[in-house]
Design a protein around this ligand. Structure first.
Ligand code: GLY
Length: 369
């Protein structure tokens, strides 16, 4: 199975390829004929982490060498806590040692952390070299690898340092999800459900019709392919209408406002990003019902889908509501003191509003305690 989703950005159009065994064809995709994205013979710096590289590194290196590239590898430790400028320095050191040139490229083989860091290093090395994203987690496949947001964390906050730098190609090989831990798979499904709620009602209903969504093995190849292509399509459509988040793109932050507050208050332990987003979506759903953005029935359908996926839908024990409200004020999305919330407008559409009151947020949190 193979699908191509275009991201038609005027200054930098690119494709997201969803293809079984895609990793084994990466070299051909990059090198192909007249349309060569990175000319064969060029140098590529492959950035990954040791566990992912052990599983998929050889396959990636084989296809890239066969296609005529000269490839060097830079391995970084796995995990969000290594998403720092120190790791970026290691990529720069490897790029320098390998004498990467302006026409060379970096290839990110890994999840969101590797993708964001490689993208940022590529955005800044020699004032910008090409980057190719080969995401290996569901979350990275449907979200982080597309749209050009790159960066690292500052000790005071997530993703505070970064740049927009669109990839030349995103290569998604669904079969790599087989080795993804089930909890990570469910975390990615939170973003998939998000696209159903804010953009693609059909996708939402396809997910509702699936008997089970809580583990990769229950989905089957066809449904997985549909989920990946529809999610990438949703992200591509939003990003191509608003690359730098001047307006529409902010709807992709659905569930992330309260979700980020929870992640940060829990110091990124005990709850992962997708789980926090799922909880944030339930909270936003309560608020949207109270403020008449959607119906109680819509909120109940969202809740049922998240529960079917095995995602948490209640607030983690012990979180202080006042601390959540204070943390919201520190969100990147605050504008003139007003927290910006994404509200679903029925199923399949969403708007951003600064009109959500403190009382509405508190009532949602109380309902979820
Ligand atoms: N993950 C949200 C965005 O790419 O805009």
């Amino acid at each position: 199975m193979k699908s191509i989703v275009s991201v038609p950005l005027p200054s930098n159009p690119y494709d997201v390829v969803v293809a079984t065994a895609g990793i084994d064809h990466l070299g051909t995709w990059l090198a192909e004929g007249e349309t060569a994205l990175v000319k064969p013979g060029q140098k590529l710096l492959l950035v990954s982490n040791p566990a992912i590289f052990k599983q998929y590194g050889d396959r990636a290196l084989t296809t890239l060498s066969k296609a005529g590239y000269s490839v060097e590898t830079c391995l970084l430790p796995a995990g969000e806590r290594y998403k720092t400028l120190t790791s970026i320095q290691k990529i720069y050191d490897a790029a320098l040692g390998f004498r990467l040139e302006r026409k060379s490229a970096m290839v990110a083989l890994g999840g969101g952390v590797i993708g964001d860091m490689t993208g940022f290093a590529a955005a800044t090395w020699l004032r910008g070299v090409s980057v190719v994203q080969v995401p290996t987690s569901l979350l990275a496949m449907v979200d982080a690898s597309i749209g050009g947001k790159t960066g690292v964390n500052h000790p005071q906050g997530k993703n505070l340092i970064g740049a927009f730098h669109q990839p030349r190609l995103v290569m998604i090989d669904p079969s790599v999800l087989k080795t993804l831990p089930p909890r990570e798979f469910r975390a990615g499904m939170a973003e998939v459900i998000k696209y159903g709620v804010i953009w693609d009602r059909d996708l939402f209903e396809t997910l509702e019709a699936a008997p089970r969504l809580d583990h990769y093995r229950y989905l089957g190849d066809q449904l997985l392919h549909t989920i990946l292509t529809r999610s990438c399509q949703a992200k591509a459509e939003v990003v191509s209408q608003d690359e730098k988040e001047a307006g529409l793109r902010a709807i992709l932050n659905y569930g992330h406002t309260i979700g980020h507050a929870i992640e940060s208050l829990m110091h990124y332990r005990g709850v992962n990003h997708g789980e926090a987003v799922a909880i944030g979506m339930v909270a936003a759903g309560h608020i949207a019902t109270a403020l008449d953005f959607w119906s109680e029935a819509d909120a109940a359908r969202q809740l049922a889908l998240l529960e079917k996926t095995g995602l948490p839908t209640r607030l983690p024990a012990g979180l202080d509501f006042e601390a959540i409200l204070t943390s919201l004020q520190g969100d990147k999305k605050v504008e003139e003191g007003q927290v910006q919330f994404v509200m679903p407008k029925g199923l399949g559409a969403a708007v951003v509003t600064g009109e959500v009151t403190r009382d509405a947020i508190l009532a949602a949190l109380e309902a979820m305690a």
